[in-house]
Design a protein around this ligand. Structure first.
Ligand SMILES: [Zn+2]
Length: 166
C-alpha cells in the first residue's frame, strides 16, 4: 500500500494549498521577493522554484514563464531552456542534497494527475535510499515543511557554483 502511494510522485502538493484565484505559477512571477517564494533560478523563458508542498524534501519545479497548458505550445527556445534548467536542477540536487536518485517528469492533463492544470511544469523529486520506509504519506498531508530555507540556500549556492563553472 505504502509503495503504491510512494510511486505516485506526481501529485502536486498545490492541490492541497488554499484555492486562490488565478494561476499559481503566473502569480509567483509577480512576486519580487524570490526568497519568500523559494525561486532558485530565473532564466529567460523559465524559472525554477522549490515546491512548498513537496513530495520529498527538495522537490523542485521547472516552469515556463508563459501560461501554457500543453507541451506543444512551447517554442523551441523555451523548450531548450526548459530542459537545460531540468539538467541544472538535477545536478544541483545531486550535489547539494546528496540524492541517490531523482524522479522527473510532467503530468499533462487532469487524467495524468496535473495539480496545476493549465500551466505546464516539470517535477524533480529527489529520492534517497530507504526514503519510502520513512515517509508518512497517509492522507497526503505529509512531512516536510521541514526546513525549506536551509535547503533553499544550499541549492542556490550550488546553482551559483554550476553557473560559474561554465
Ligand atoms: Zn500560469
Amino acid at each position: 500500500m505504502m509503495r503504491e502511494i510512494i510511486w505516485a510522485p506526481w501529485r502536486s502538493g498545490f492541490i492541497k494549498g488554499k484555492p486562490e484565484p488565478g494561476c499559481v505559477f503566473c502569480r509567483l512571477q509577480r512576486e519580487t521577493d524570490k526568497r519568500k517564494i523559494l525561486v532558485i533560478e530565473t532564466g529567460k523563458h523559465n524559472f525554477i522554484v522549490m515546491n512548498k508542498f513537496p513530495y520529498t524534501s527538495g522537490h523542485l519545479l521547472v516552469i515556463p514563464k508563459r501560461h501554457l497548458g500543453t507541451l506543444e505550445k512551447l517554442t523551441t527556445p523555451e523548450a531548450n531552456e526548459h530542459f537545460k534548467l531540468v539538467r541544472l536542477a538535477a545536478s544541483a540536487l545531486k550535489r547539494a542534497l546528496k540524492t541517490d536518485g531523482i524522479n522527473t517528469g510532467m503530468n499533462l492533463g487532469r487524467t495524468a494527475g496535473a495539480g496545476v492544470l493549465h500551466h505546464i511544469h516539470t517535477h524533480l523529486v529527489p529520492r534517497w535510499q530507504g526514503d519510502s520506509n520513512f515517509m508518512p504519506v497517509i492522507g497526503e498531508t505529509r512531512m516536510m515543511s521541514l526546513d525549506l530555507e536551509p535547503m533553499y540556500d544550499a541549492l542556490c549556492a550550488e546553482f551559483l557554483r554550476l553557473k560559474k563553472k561554465k
